[in-house]
Design a binder for this molecule. Structure first.
Ligand code: GLC
Length: 740
């Protein structure tokens, strides 16, 4: 539809129709099989209000959505189509690594391909918008939603979020197989105090702008069509009513002109926050902050007419939001084709097809982070005749996908056992569950109930130990349950459940050749697992192709390609943790018993495994860092904003081919405000044959050195800087230069 036609349509709408377009309701109101991603019982909508709603979330299926679209449009006086939105955050039916695992790949191009694949499946299933990417910076692993982020570094998050937007949207969201992307949760939801979901966020404007906002901005610059408000207050103001954040920062500074949708019930929750006295005021605050669509609360439906009559808002304000809703529907081509790509045959053909499975498997292997490999126990040698006991509750569990994934059938998931049986069919492997997930009955946050059976526990353990005694080695598959992560899953204990740790300890008593495969959606305390295992590999929640990826990596057909996107501490008590911290006036040198320095007296002030860390199956060496000017001449200066280059010679000093994730960090040693010890500003994945070398070069620009100075101007400042190039954030391989 042309814009003037949209304007004519808008002008022709009744006030009720306009207000209806600003409301999104859960699919459960249309279909009992719809996903439930929030509370429902509070939501009392009338049939008349339901008939005029503009959008439905959490429902999919080509035939189902076509039918709902027909029913809804028939009730709409102007037959305006619905827009269907869904949380497709790491795959629709073909499920790939959770976003934190995608962050571990340090491979934005992969994230883009995965998003494109998910969009094809979701679009064929009738979905129009995905509530992804989640661009929240995270520094506290107690927060269950770190699983949905790509980690603790805003530079990496920005690249990953922008890549996902490109993957979902392509050149034109109206094109076949494309979805509109909704970047979330604006803003700084990941900064929740104490890692407690929905708790307050207190940030200086400098930290907000320097660390928390950049990734949203990258997603918006990549063209994200929607932004979602966050549940949290930011410095005492709930995001959904925060005019400074939404009007000045999002609209004016970031130039976002798309549709702003609230999170689930977040407008109405401003009453709970004590920011609005009732629905009417909540609606007024949200509309004035520029929230276009209200998800699952009825403040607009119940209050906008009254606000108009009271002269507190104008119809033009309502029109502005309705127009953005209509524009989005128009950009998706819904006025011409309300079904867009919904096609049951296409949905069946695309979902879980071999090509998509292969993509998911590659991504899974690339997301795995090898943390320990003592005595080079990995990779196993095919045909070496060694007996392997595959043990643990994840050994044949299909629950190896994130808590925002909803496969129609768990049978589509390749378990570790299935992967090993398929890819290592000639290997002597035995399979043992070993333990239950937990040591007692457990009601999971999705309502699942896992009852504990003490007798079964004894049987499982006895069976596993008998096998471990006989085996040459053990692969132990343990970890947190996926339902321990995601929304409303904050935890104070960051450990593999005790029932599984008991299994590890018992197995280690009879066989110390243990490879521990850890399933997790967050950093965990891995000190004991490190001590009791020869190898430790974090696999996050790999998704559909879990078993194929794990078996191929264990037996060396694939290499573990991941590096940590979040710091793994010794203890949860160290939270929040992040590598790009400040030195303080009394820096800690990483040892205990130093007097009067920053840190703890009972824990070294370091991470067990730092941001960026991960091993390969080979070894790499780095030459010292060289800095050259644009003529290739060695220099120690960056003058007049000229671009300089920092290089190393990387060598594969091992005996196997391998891929190194070379990381480049910058440090500004002095400033008008204190500066982080280092900040990631580049990375490169370099594959090398054994014995081979390659020059790895990064361009350094003056823009990379900019920050919010003492006057809150975003500038660089002359002075001494360092460029680090190494294999993780603790690298001490640097060269100095002066910014002049
Ligand atoms: C949830 C989440 C948000 C999700 C939305 C719709 O509460 O906070 O990430 O996209 O509701 O399911």
């Amino acid at each position: 539809m042309k814009d003037e036609q949209l304007r004519e349509l808008l002008a022709d709408l009744t006030l009720d129709e306009k207000i209806g377009q600003l409301l999104q309701v859960a699919g459960g109101l249309y279909d009992t099989d719809a996903l439930v991603t929030g509370m429902l019982d509070y939501f009392k909508i009338t049939d008349e209000e339901l008939a005029l709603t503009g959008s439905v979330l959490s429902i999919s299926g080509a035939e189902k959505l076509k039918k709902i679209q027909d029913e809804c449009m028939a009730k709409q006086p102007h037959h305006i189509p619905q827009i269907f939105m869904l949380d497709i955050i790491n795959g629709f039916e073909t499920i790939y690594p959770v976003p934190l695992g995608q962050g571990a790949t340090f491979h934005p191009e992969s994230a883009e391909k995965l998003a494109e694949m998910a969009a094809k499946e979701g679009a064929a299933a009738g979905v129009h918008v995905t509530f992804s990417p989640m661009a929240d910076l995270v520094r506290d692993a107690r927060w269950g939603r770190v699983m949905e982020s790509t980690g603790e570094d805003s530079y990496l998050n920005g690249l990953m979020s922008a890549a996902m937007v490109r993957g979902y949207q392509g050149e034109n969201v109206a094109d076949k197989g494309r979805l509109a992307a909704c970047v979330k949760h604006f803003a700084a939801y990941g900064g929740a105090e104490g890692g407690r979901d929905y708790d307050t966020v207190e940030l200086s404007e400098r930290t907000l702008r320097e660390e928390y906002l950049p990734a949203y901005k990258e997603a918006i610059n990549a063209g994200a069509k929607l932004v979602m408000t966050s549940f949290n207050t930011l410095n005492h103001v709930p995001s959904s009513g925060n005019r400074w954040l939404m009007k000045q920062v999002l609209r004016e500074e970031m130039g976002f002109d798309g549709m702003l949708i609230s999170d689930y019930g977040a407008v109405g929750e401003m009453i709970n926050h004590g920011f609005a006295k009732d629905e009417v005021q909540a609606g007024e605050l949200a509309l004035k902050a520029g929230v276009d669509m209200e998800m699952m609360s009825l403040c607009y439906a119940h209050g906008l007419k009254q606000l108009l009559e009271q002269g507190k808002i104008t119809e033009e304000m309502i029109d502005e939001s309705v127009y953005r809703v209509l524009v989005l529907k128009n950009e998706l081509g819904l006025f011409e084709n309300p079904y867009k790509d919904a096609d049951a045959a296409e949905e069946r053909a695309l979902c879980l097809c071999d090509e998509h499975r292969q993509l998911a498997m590659e991504a899974a292997a690339e997301s795995f982070v090898l943390l320990e490999n003592k005595e080079q126990i990995l990779p196993f040698t095919v045909g070496d005749g060694k007996k392997t006991a595959l043990i643990g509750p994840f050994m044949e569990s299909p629950k190896v996908y994130g808590s925002w994934s909803f496969p129609h059938d768990d049978d589509s998931i390749v378990t570790i056992r299935q992967g090993v049986e398929k890819n290592q069919s000639g290997e002597p492997v035995s399979y043992h569950r070993g333990s239950q997930f937990f040591s007692a009955d457990k009601k999971l946050k999705n309502g699942e109930y896992l009852s504990y059976d003490a007798l079964l526990a004894e049987e499982l353990l006895a069976d596993a130990l008998a096998a471990a005694k006989e085996a040459d080695r053990v692969v132990l598959c343990i970890g947190e349950h996926p339902q321990q992560t995601g929304e409303a899953a904050s935890q104070t204990v960051l450990q593999v459940p005790e029932e599984q740790m008991k299994l590890l300890r018992k197995v280690q008593e009879v066989n110390d050749n243990i490879v521990t495969v850890v399933f997790t959606g967050r950093p965990l305390e891995l000190k004991e697992i490190k001590e009791l295992s020869k190898a430790v590999m974090v696999v996050w929640f790999p998704g559909t192709e879990c078993g194929n990826a794990v078996s191929k990596v264990l037996w060396g057909a694939k290499e573990p390609g991941g590096r940590l996107p979040m710091s793994f501490p010794y203890s949860a008590a160290q939270m929040p943790c992040y590598y790009n911290r400040f030195r303080s006036g009394r820096p800690n040198n990483g040892t205990l018993n130093q007097a009067y320095v920053m840190g703890y007296i009972d824990q070294i002030d370091r991470m067990l495994y730092p941001f960026g860390y991960g091993k390969t199956y080979t070894e790499f060496s780095y030459s010292p860092v060289r800095i050259t000017d644009s003529n290739g001449v060695e220099t120690k200066e960056m003058r007049d904003k000229q671009v300089i280059k920092a290089s190393v010679t990387l060598t594969n000093t091992g005996n196997r081919v391998g891929t190194e994730t070379v990381q480049m960090y910058l440090a500004d040693l002095f400033g008008s405000v204190v500066r982080p010890v280092k900040q990631l500003r580049g990375f490169r994945k370099v594959a090398l044959q054994p014995g081979k070398s390659a020059e790895v070069t990064f361009e350094i620009t003056e823009e990379m050195l900019r920050f919010y100075n003492i006057d809150m101007d975003f500038v660089s400042e002359p002075g001494d800087c360092r460029v680090y190039i190494g294999s993780d954030s603790m690298t001490d391989n640097f060269a100095e230069f002066e910014l002049i």
